[in-house]
Design a protein around this ligand. Structure first.
Ligand code: GDP
Length: 366
């Protein structure tokens, strides 16, 4: 499964956030075959559409889809030079599909900051610089080989890669992440094959003070992080890791009360889960009408047979067609029967690109 890695300087609240994630964790009874590493936190993706489908097409239970966060411990300055757990840290980042970068955005004299001052931009820069240096190292190692290969007139791939590497190198030398560069589709393919750390999609978590929860923008630190994130086209989620950890331990009634008191409508964790899900270009489809009303995850742009394979490989192998209703149609017409009568139930074939919110019944040969 695609996963987002939680990174950040020591003492910014990563473990606290990861604890909140594990405590909020998925109802494991729903995922009997899932194996989970200790540094992975599996959460359910909040989705109001499930309750609405269940209301229209009642089933025995609701099963949300899930998302995995990976806790990546221990970055320090010099990681790219192998300081601290440097190499292990970079290796762990290489394995994840997106980065959730936690930044301290609260004042608290009781809690030491590694650099002695609260300076979110400096913190972000410290980590991004390590990733940039590691990438620069990789690019420098690769360039001479590719340059040589590119001299062979026939070797178009090498020429293409050489051009991309030349485009990347000066940006890294200027201390900027690869994700700040605009690439066309062909270049993008080459970039993906390079597995560079600073090209991974990122979102920032501003770990704000509890009293700023209802209005993160009131925090000057949050604003600073937001301005920087804009230069990378990245999103910022403001939450208090400590509050999220408390919220995750409460039962539903107490949770409501806590959220009301804090002046928010939902836990910050929910916002984070949704943002990370979208960062990875994940989408949701539903199955309904059987024993369970269930949400499933697929990658945006994927066609029906592959999406059927998310449920079971047999569904993909024997795919015939996908009987599909858009959630919005079901919501609007209020019953499957009414959707059918309106001619809004579609029979989709192998080439159908599944859309977020599709409620699907797959027909397949066994
Ligand atoms: P890590 O080293 O990044 O994993 O940081 P921790 O999660 O261990 O947090 C470092 C310290 O900051 C701990 O003492 C936490 O209790 C505290 N902390 C974490 N989040 C918050 C927060 O939102 N507000 C305040 N005031 N303290 C926090």
């Amino acid at each position: 499964a695609l996963t987002a890695g939680i990174v950040g300087l020591p003492n910014v609240g990563k473990s606290t956030l990861f604890n909140a994630i594990t405590k909020a964790g998925a109802e494991m009874a729903n995922y009997p075959f899932a194996t989970i590493e200790p540094n992975v936190g599996m959460v359910e993706v909040p989705d109001d559409r499930l309750a609405r489908i269940q209301e229209i097409e009642p089933a025995d239970k609701i099963v949300p889809t899930t998302f995995e966060f990976t806790d990546i411990a221990g970055i320090v300055k010099g990681a790219s030079k192998g300081e601290g757990l440097g190499n292990k840290f970079l290796e762990n980042i290489r394995q994840v599909n997106a980065i959730v970068h936690v930044v301290r955005a609260f004042d608290d004299n009781e809690i030491t900051h590694v650099n002695g001052v609260i300076d979110p931009l400096d913190d972000i820069d410290t980590i991004n610089t390590e990733l940039v240096l590691a990438d620069l190292d990789a690019v420098d190692k690769r360039l001479p080989k590719v340059e040589k290969a590119a001299k062979t007139p026939k070797d178009k791939d090498a020429q293409e890669e050489f051009a991309v590497l030349q485009k990347i190198k000066p940006v890294l030398e200027a201390g900027k992440s690869v994700r700040t560069i605009e690439f066309n589709d062909d270049e993008q393919k080459v970039v993906r094959g390079l597995f560079l750390l600073s090209s991974k999609p990122v979102l920032y978590v501003a770990n704000i003070a509890e009293e700023d929860m209802s209005d993160p923008e009131a925090s000057k630190y949050f604003k600073q992080i937001q301005d920087f994130a804009a230069t990378e086209g990245a999103e910022v989620i403001g939450l208090s890791a400590r509050a999220e950890e408390e919220i995750a331990e409460l039962d539903d009634a107490d949770k409501e009360e806590f959220l009301t008191m804090a002046g928010v409508t939902e836990p910050g964790l929910n916002k984070l889960i949704r943002a990370a899900y979208h960062l990875l270009e994940l989408r949701t489809f539903f199955t309904a009408g059987g024993k369970e009303t269930r949400a499933w995850t697929f990658k945006a742009g994927v066609k029906a047979p592959q999406v059927a394979g998310v449920i079971h490989s047999d569904f993909e192998r024997g795919f015939i067609r996908a009987e599909t209703i858009a959630f919005d149609d079901l919501d609007q017409y209020g019953s499957v029967k009414a959707v059918r009568e309106a001619g809004r139930r579609r029979s989709e074939g192998k080439e159908y690109v599944v859309q977020d919110g599709d409620i699907i019944e797959f027909l397949f040969n066994v």
